[in-house]
Design a protein around this ligand. Structure first.
Ligand code: ATP
Ligand code: MG
Length: 426
């Protein structure tokens, strides 16, 4: 039987894992700049957490979750997103009681959603996300949005737009909900089955529908920002004013409602028009959540956050990888005895912090030089019978082509003296 990876999952092979590490490193550096600390939560949680936090009427919860009963019959779900786990952990460990009232976290890792796989859409995919919990301040919304923009700029993504909208507070949403129901009531029969369900349970979700998105009644639907309460309006105005001050470009997108239930006030998406992704693809999205923490049993601490799909970032970044880091030394034993010595030398060099490798395939000189080339080795170290006898090695610099006979005890010193680009010389 031939095995293949489950549909919607991919193997990240060594040829691309370097690019992933670059992306991860860059994201970690930005988080350090923003004083945002990493939080690692479990890949699976109790199913109730997601149905409560993400929302019972959302696509994620109703259609996309990987849920199963464990051996004790408890319902477990592979995390479809990162915010619920962070919020749970924040409450469970009473992080709200820490002296810093604003807590800033980031996470990076696999998420699971049962969806139809296509370009930039997988069943196991990766998200990088940030949560800033503790304050209901427009300044923090903007800190989050600036950070999201910093990410796409640092990655060199082109054709990016920040879309923002406000869903307002509880009162605004109630008024808006009524307006939406009035708007869609007369055309309800023309909407898809899901939207008819949404109409009853959560009419806001209709605006997020991918099936009915081009339906005329979608275009002239009431706008959330026309139903904001005074305080919600002030919050949103301040967000816009701060973005203006910081000269961050954005568009107010009145149809932006986001697919998860926990959002209120500011919501935003980072949209790419890069043809590699298909026009108008969302690479990252986020918003403010005011009641999530209290719904999970914590105090009424509001938060704001965002998440980027890392596969989509990778696609938009393009595949051209930077010149791969080469080996410092490739060790080339030409006889059996030389191989024993080579093994000792690579072990010693690695212990000294050099990146190196040796031929394990007992090949001739030509084959071994090819490997040295493929690994971009700075030095090739050739060891034949004669070298073993004389307790020396033959060091060839693959750049200058110069060859030098080096006594065994001088190997480290030789590399350090002749090589700027090595492990800790940067
Ligand atoms: P979409 O509308 O594309 O389904 P979403 O609203 O479900 O996105 P979020 O839950 O906001 O997405 O997740 C944030 C980001 O995670 C998305 O903008 C996207 O980049 C990425 N993402 C979401 N689902 C997937 C998936 N199945 N495969 C790859 N990336 C995904
Ligand atoms: Mg989705």
């Amino acid at each position: 039987m031939a095995y293949s990876a489950p549909r919607g999952t991919v193997d990240i092979l060594p040829e691309t894992s370097g690019k992933w590490q670059e992306l991860e490193q860059l994201l970690r550096t930005i988080c350090a700049n923003y004083n945002v600390k990493e939080m690692r939560t479990p890949i699976f949680e109790h199913t109730e957490l997601f149905s409560r936090a993400v929302g019972d009427t959302t696509d994620v919860v109703t259609k996309e979750m990987y849920s199963f009963a464990d051996k004790k019959g408890r319902s477990i779900t592979l995390r479809p997103e990162g915010t619920a786990g962070i919020a749970r952990s924040y409450v469970e460990h009473k992080l709200f009681a820490l002296p810093e009232k604003l807590q800033k976290f980031y996470y990076m890792g696999p998420m699971f959603r049962y969806e139809r796989p296509q370009n930039g859409r997988q069943r196991q995919f990766h998200q990088f996300g940030v949560e800033m919990i503790g304050l209901e301040s427009p300044y923090v919304d903007v800190e989050c949005m600036v950070m999201a923009v910093t990410v796409v700029e640092a990655l060199g993504l082109k054709d990016i737009t920040l879309h923002i909208n406000s869903l307002g507070d509880e009162a605004s949403r109630e008024a808006y909900r009524d307006a939406l129901k009035q708007h869609f009531q007369p055309v309800l029969n023309d909407l898809c089955y899901d939207c008819q369900q949404r109409f009853e349970k959560n009419p806001l979700r209709i605006l997020d529908c991918k099936v009915d998105k081009d339906y005329p009644a979608m275009k002239d639907a009431p706008r959330t920002i026309d139903y904001l309460s005074d305080s919600a309006r002030n919050h949103f105005d301040k967000v816009c004013a701060l973005l203006d001050d910081l000269e961050i470009d954005y568009v107010i997108d009145t149809n932006l409602v986001r697919g998860l239930d926990y959002y209120s006030h500011t919501v935003f998406e980072v949209i790419s028009d890069d043809p590699k992704l298909g026009a108008g693809a969302t690479v990252g999205a986020g918003g403010r959540y005011s009641t999530l923490i209290s719904e999970l049993g914590g105090p009424e601490n509001p938060g704001v956050g965002f998440a980027f799909g890392m596969e989509r970032l990778m696609i938009a970044m393009g595949s051209e990888s930077d010149e791969e880091d080469g080996l410092d030394v490739y060790v080339m034993p030409l006889e059996t005895e030389a191989k024993d010595l080579a093994m000792q030398i690579v072990t010693m060099l690695r212990a000294n912090g050099f990146t190196c490798d040796m031929d394990q395939c007992d090949r001739g000189l030509k084959g071994q030089f090819k490997s040295a080339d493929r690994f971009h080795a700075h030095f090739s170290m050739i060891i034949g019978d004669e070298e073993v006898q004389k307790e020396v090695v033959n060091m060839k610099c693959n750049h200058s082509k110069e060859q030098t006979v080096v006594p065994l005890e001088d190997i480290v010193a030789f590399i350090e003296n002749h090589y700027e680009g090595g492990h800790d010389h940067e």
